[in-house]
Design a binder for this molecule. Sequence first.
Ligand code: ATP
Ligand code: MG
Length: 474
Amino acid sequence: MSTILIIDDDDQLRMSFERLLQEEGYEVRTAASGEAGIRMVQEALPDLVVLDVRLPGMNGLETFKRIHAIDQKLPVIVMTAFGTTETAIEATKLGAFDYVIKPFDIPQMLATIRQALETGRFMRSPIDMDVGPDKTRGEAIIGKSPVMQEVYKSIGRVSATEATVLIRGESGSGKELVARALYQHSMRNEKPFLVINCVAIPDTLLESELFGYEKGAFTGATHRRVGKIEQASGGTIFLDEIGDMPMNLQAKMLRLLQEKSIERLGGRETLPVDVRIIAATNRDLEHLITTGQFREDLYYRLKVISIWLPPLRERTGDIPLLADYFLARFSSELGIENPGITHEAMSLLVSSPWPGNIRELSNTLQKALIFNRGAPLSLEDITQAASGDPQKGNPHETACDESIRTWIRSLLSKGDQNNLFENCLDHFGSMLVGEALNLTGGNRSRAAKLLGISRPTLHAKIDKYHLKIETSVK
Ligand SMILES: Nc1ncnc2c1ncn2[C@@H]1O[C@H](COP(=O)(O)OP(=O)(O)OP(=O)(O)O)[C@@H](O)[C@H]1O
Ligand SMILES: [Mg+2]
C-alpha cells in the first residue's frame, strides 16, 4: 500500500483530501507546515508528497528543496493557487513531479498521483537480474538462455556509459523492465527517471509534455510549463514506443541528442539540458523509414547501442524458470501456498506460442492462481486461464445488457431522485464485489486482484456494502 504525505496548512483541505485518498486505498499522513512535513518525510518514509506552495513559516519552495535534498527519488506534486504558479513552476524546474492548480479536479489529481507513484516505483523498486526461482518478492529479469545472457551482458556494458540506448522487442517481451534495469545500474541512478509513453499521450500534447511551453505559446497557455526533459535534468528519460513519435517531434529529438539543448514551445531561449535517453519500440523501424514515418537520421543516432529482446517462443527453455518464478511470486503476493504445476501443464506452457510474450504468460499464471483451490495447476487450469475473457462473444451478454437497460429505464422513469446515480453504481458495485468474493472463496487478496483494486479499497467496499464473507475451506 502506498503512503502519501499531504503538506498543507488548510485544515479543511487536509482533512477532505485525506479522506478521499484513504477511500482510494492509500495510507495517508498529513502535516500542517513545511518543518513538520520534512520531519515526516524522514520518519514516515512516504512514497509520494503532495505539497502546498503557500505555507506559513518555511515556504513551499524551500520545503520542496529540503525534501528533494533528502530523497531525489521521492516524487513531489506541488499544489498552487493561480497567483503562485511561478513558485510551482520553479519547483518543477528543480525536479518536482508536477503541479496542480487549486481548486483541483479530483479525477485529474488522482491520475497525477497514480502517475507519480508509478514513476517513484520505477525508480525505487529494484530489479534483480538472473536470480533463481526461489525469489518470491519484487521484480526480476528471469532467463538463462544464451540470448538472455547476451541481454545481461549488454545491460552491464551499457549501463555504466552515458550512451543513448534503443531497446527493441515484441510487445510484452520485457523492454520496460530492461529500461528500468539500465537506469538502476547507471551512474544516474540517484537522479530522476521519467517515463514518457509516446502512444499514450495524444500527438498534440506530446510536444508540450516533453519540451514545455512559454506563456502565450498557444491559446490556453496561460502560464509557462516546464517540460519533462527539463524536469529530468541530470537524470534519464525513457521514451517508450518511440516508433510512434510524430515526425515533427522526431526532428526535435534528434536536435536534443546532437546538441543537448531544447527550446520550449513559443520560447526563444535555447536551454542546455543534460538527460540520458533510453528509447524502446516494438515497431519495425526499418519499415517505418521506407514508408516515411520514421526519420532515418534519428534511427541511426538511436540504434548505435541497441538491445534486442527475443520473443518468448524463441527461448522456450526459459519458460519453466519464468513459470516457477511467477508462481512463487504471485502466490506470495496473494498470501496463498504455492500449489505448483503438473508436468502436463508445464509442457503446455512450453509449447504455447505466447504472442503476448512474458506479459501473457504472467497474466495466465496469475489468473490460474486466483481461481486455484490448492491442487497443482492442471492442463485445464491453464487452458481456462489462457482462454481470455469468458464473457467475450457470449450470446447471453446482449440479453443481459437488455435486462439491465430495462431495469435502468424503470428507475429513470420514476422522475428526479436523489442520488440515483450513486445508488445505481453501488448496486452494481456490491454485486461485483460480492461475486468476486464468491468466486475466490472469500480470499480478499485474490478478489482484489480479480477486480483490479487494492486490498484496502476492497475492504472499504466490503464495509460500505455491508457484505458478509463466507470463506470456503480448501
Ligand atoms: N525476463 C523477464 N523476467 C521476468 N519478468 C519479465 C521478464 N520480461 C518481462 N517481464 C514481465 O512481463 C511484463 C511485460 O514486460 P514489459 O512491460 O517490460 O514489456 P514491454 O516489452 O515493455 O511490452 P510493451 O511493448 O507491450 O510495452 C512485465 O510485468 C514484466 O515485469
Ligand atoms: Mg512497454
